[in-house]
Design a binder for this molecule. Structure first.
Ligand code: OAD
Length: 253
């Protein structure tokens, strides 16, 4: 495993405002395949980037609904891993902490993180394609996808697809926190999908850190790179930084 530089530990210990942006790599070790990893089983022949679009849904709503049903089942079985729990710890020790995620699986919240900014929605919510009504339940029917109980439109997951806009207020809050932070972490994201990938570039004033098992387009723009598994590196970083310190913001268990 990469050695964690002492200089990084020292900077994190005194940081006042920390922003963390996470991507699919953080949930990889919970058994949820990343977007750019090959899919397995029935879905091996499909490219996620070609399923997660409004055009794909319009062309073949059943296929896209069934793919999300499969992903929702993976998410339902998944448990947060040590990377998620390490970020819960980080929130306790940093005076102002913002967690921004591109993940739609809710595992940060399940681990205990608070006020998570979800840039790409949440797979466990459903809305209608036509009028965006949020729908909590629908009558059992043969139809796939089911129909919206309010307007009869087709139901879809409440996630942001390629070509769709991130919820404006969420992105604005993420941007504001990023502009003010003194440390910015990009963890387990390929830094290929915009506008999320803009955030580390906006954090010009901050010490920027990337934790990723591979090189990304962001790698050359950061001050520290920790190459390897987020589930191993994050707990090690937290331990090195605060093992002998009391938390500032204990989160009630
Ligand atoms: P990607 O699948 O594009 O990238 C995952 C990143 O995680 C890659 O850079 C991997 O090298 C890295 N990685 C994999 N396993 C890791 C591990 N155990 N520890 C550390 N790093 C690891 O996922 P995102 O960057 O999140 O959008 O993708 C961004 C968005 O594109 C997603 O939110 C999704 C996708 O289309 C929507 O669902 C709307």
């Amino acid at each position: 495993m990469t050695t964690i530089p002492l200089e990084l530990v020292q900077k994190l210990r005194v940081a006042q405002q920390v922003v963390v942006l996470t991507g699919a790599g953080v949930s990889a070790e919970s058994g949820i395949p990343t977007f750019r990893a090959a899919q397995t089983g029935l879905w091996a022949q499909y490219n996620p980037a070609e399923l997660a679009t409004p055009q794909a849904f319009q062309k073949n709503p059943r296929l896209v609904w069934e793919w999300y049903t499969w992903r929702r089942e993976l998410v339902a079985q998944a448990k947060p891993n040590p990377a998620h729990f390490a970020l819960v710890q980080m929130q306790k020790y940093v005076s102002q902490f913002t967690l921004i995620t591109q993940n739609v699986d809710g595992l940060h919240q399940q681990a205990g993180s608070q006020s998570v900014m979800e840039l790409h929605g949440n797979i466990n919510r459903t809305k209608c394609f036509q009028q965006e009504h949020l729908v909590a339940s629908w009558s059992p029917t043969e139809a796939i996808p089911p129909h919206c109980p309010y307007c009869g439109g087709l139901l879809r997951p409440d996630v942001v697809w390629f070509g769709e806009n991130i919820p404006t207020l969420v992105f604005q809050s993420a941007r504001e926190a990023t502009e003010q932070c003194d440390m910015f972490f990009s963890i387990g994201t390929s830094s290929l999908v915009y506008p999320a990938a803009l955030l580390p570039l906006i954090a010009r004033q901050a010490t920027r850190v990337e934790i990723n098992s591979e090189t990304t387009p962001l790698t050359s723009q950061v001050h520290f790179t920790l190459r390897g598994s987020a589930a191993q590196l994050l707990p090690a970083l937290i331990n090195l930084t605060w093992a002998t310190h009391e938390p500032l913001n204990p989160i009630p268990e």
